[in-house]
Design a binder for this molecule. Sequence first.
Ligand code: ZN
Length: 494
Amino acid sequence: MGEKMASNKRKRNTVKRKINIGNLLLVTAVPLVLILLLFNRLRPQVRLIGEETMTVEFGDTFTDPGATAKARGTLIPFISKKIDVRADGNVDTMALGEYAVTYTAEYKEHKATAVRKVNVVDTTPPNIELTADPEGYTLPGHAYEEEGFTAVDLCDGDITDKVVSEEKDGVVKYTVTDASGNTAETERKIVYDDRKGPEIELDGGSEMIVYNGSAFTDSYTAVDDLDGDVTSQVKAEGKVNTSENGDYTITYTVKDSYGNETKETRTVHVITRPADADTDIDKSKIIYLTFDDGPGMYTDKLLDILDKYNVKVTFFTTSGYSNYLSCMTREAQAGHTVAVHSASHNYEQIYANEDAYWADFNLQNDRIEEYTGSRTTLFRFPGGSSNTVSANYNTGIMSRLVDQAAEKGYKYFDWNVSSGDAGGTTDTEQVFQNVIKGVTANSEAGYSSIVLQHDIKEFSVNAVEKIIKWGDENGYIFLPLSPSSPGAHHGVNN
Ligand SMILES: [Zn+2]
């Protein structure tokens, strides 16, 4: 019984102590809160929305996520109020670099800032565009021939000149790197093929004249862009009977290793030698090329061109260049007509009187005989039969010489196409133009053409190949002058 009473007494004491602590707390907390409230101050504070450092691609739009600001209690942080925030700083996404945007908030006399870094960067590689010819191809075993490309970078602009290309195993690889180090790569697969047949070149041209009774030697070459020389594979079909006048056609065919076939034809006109008659040909389609004042230093070059096309012409020769007189031998052997122009070509001397003229004429004919083995009855007056310069030395001499030539059985030739190479021009193309213009006009009027050129003038000799090709393409034939050819006489003026 005594133990129970003691225990109840202890319980009462504990309750009494608890009440005392509660009172104490109440007594101390209230003044504390009052103090906190009394000394709490609001200060501005800025907080960024989003990342502190942002990255924007060059050319993209930069959208500022912004910032928030509050005036917040220094002692009691949960006491706050929203305030305005201002953003300063420009971000130019068209210029690479590092930019800063500063956010500022003010509250009373206090200010707070926060800074965001914005990096404008270029991570986009350039764009390479390849140009390709839809018909284009590369011959097997040959290097690729560039068809073209462009490279454009958003940031650097046109950087085509920085493209590096490399051909390997049938592929061309193109690489380009922009200023920010972004690399673009693209490839082109090379198309290997051969779509072109061999080229056949017919020596003597597609129209050839062979004189009745002489030999016809068919000569040609064929070259393929891939296979090289394929002359031995050319099939030539057709026969030429040189003992019977007529037109003969030879057809040439050849294939390359890709099966591309080329076909060419040649017409061989077998005619009676013009010395006997050049009358069985349409006159308006005949061109007589004539060359005065040589032989000289360009005569051999001219003879090479004439050989190549099997064209026969006429040389009105002089003895002006003694080192080249032997060209007359080659002229005659090749079937050209070698005729007299003048030994001295000195107007004052040869037109002094008739004796002087024929002495000079005979001297040149001696030379012709010396180098060709035979004399000629064909000639051209220096200055042409219509010249008036002779009147300075002897009035009426041209009229008398013309009559005497006929009595002696000589035939002189003037010309009806002037190439202009005697002073009108020094231009090869102009010579060509003058000749084809003159020939065309004669042809339309139904005449043959006697063309005047000078084989001592290189620019004029250089026009001959083009004249021959033009003549071949337009159905003309080239003949040397003979006693039966037209004289194209100008008319005598002295
Ligand atoms: Zn002359």
